[in-house]
Design a binder for this molecule. Structure first.
Ligand code: ADP
Ligand code: F6P
Length: 320
């Protein structure tokens, strides 16, 4: 392949810029041309496409968000949207596409591949919920942002002897809550992938109180229920001086960590290697610290992301 394009789609994630930089620079290094597509699949269909050169991706490795912008564009699930997208790609002489995004964006890449246009997916989402990789770009930054918030909330929780329910993003996945919860010494972590019993949560809070513990921190994944609903249900078992903190989109912004930048750089360069070799229909991932490519159809259809539930068990054993 001589000319490829790149887009970012779905929820933005810190490190997407580092991936855009890596794809662009590696492709140019390999003697290829690169086009950037603005606003994900919406921009693809609209033909919002421009050539990227070396300076276009300078000074972005340290920035959160995505310099190609992103969009949610449900119309791309339709045949009409996909055919229009392919028409635009052909108009610009583009032979392969790199899609950086989450699960939904991968489905767009899969649709293009099925229609005969080679697309390679790079996992970029704070949720860490994509099959085909141990870690996604943005996850490490997100959990460190949550961790910073937990540490701060712990200060005020201790001062006032309060229980905090800290609601974190993650869509249907509990990875952010799980990792940040263990790192932040959470008293309890509530995730969609594991049952919980409110009475036991309340008991845990009470035992902590009884032995003089000043703070109680419960990290709640948004996929379980909203923080305020959780606090209300908890209050049926006693008054724990609860407060709710919803971290929301704060967790999606900010400068990417070194780990996310390196991951993004590795994924970006590898995606170019694949397209250069004429290989599409793949998604890039990291398993046991090795960058690998898996078939996008097989990955989306027969694999399911599972968080590391040993962390849940670990927290149970060390957080009483
Ligand atoms: P994420 O990629 O972060 O999971 P979304 O689920 O919003 O975010 O998906 C991003 C975009 O991917 C959607 O707005 C749409 O343009 C495209 N997309 C999602 N699902 C499909 C699908 N089944 N077929 C084609 N495109 C899709
Ligand atoms: O997929 C990333 C994510 O931030 C999820 O954690 C969250 O549920 C969702 O996107 C929020 O979407 P929006 O930015 O459209 O409100």
């Amino acid at each position: 392949m001589k000319r490829i394009a790149i887009l970012t789609s779905g929820g933005d994630a810190p490190g997407m810029n580092a991936a855009i930089r890596a794809v662009t620079r590696k492709a140019i290094f390999e003697g290829m041309e690169v086009y950037g597509i603005n606003y994900g699949y919406a921009g693809l269909v609209a033909g919002d496409i421009k050539k990227l050169d070396v300076p276009d991706v300078g000074d972005i490795i340290q920035k959160g968000g995505t310099c190609l912008y992103s969009a949610r564009y449900p119309e791309f699930a339709s045949e009409e949207g996909q055919l229009k997208g392919i028409e635009q790609l052909k108009k610009f002489g583009i032979e392969g596409l790199v899609v950086i995004g989450g699960d939904g964006s991968y489905h767009g890449a899969l649709a293009l591949t099925r229609r005969g246009f080679p697309a390679v997916g790079i996992p970029g989402t704070i949720d860490n919920d994509i099959p085909g990789t141990d870690f996604t770009i943005g996850f490490d930054t997100a959990i460190n942002t949550v961790l910073d918030a937990i540490d701060r909330i712990r200060d005020t929780a201790t001062s006032h002897v309060r229980t905090f329910i800290i609601e974190v993003m993650g869509r249907d996945a509990g990875d952010i809550a799980l990792w940040a919860g263990v790192a932040g010494g959470a008293d309890d972590i509530i995730i969609p992938e594991h049952d919980f019993d409110m009475e036991s949560v309340a008991k845990k809070v009470r035992i902590g109180r009884d032995r003089g513990k000043k703070h109680c921190l419960i990290i709640l994944a948004e996929g379980v229920m909203p923080g305020h609903e959780f606090a209300e249900k908890l209050s049926e078992y006693g008054d724990f001086h609860s407060r709710v903190s919803v971290l929301g989109h704060i967790v999606r912004g900010g400068s990417p960590t070194a780990r996310d930048r390196v991951l993004a750089s590795k994924f970006g360069a590898y995606a170019v290697d694949l397209l250069k070799a004429g290989r599409g229909g793949l998604c890039v991932g990291m398993f046991d610290n090795q960058v690998v490519a898996t078939d996008i159809v097989e990955t989306l259809e027969s694999r399911k992301h599972q968080p590391d539930l040993s962390l849940y068990e670990l927290n149970h054993q060390i957080s009483f």
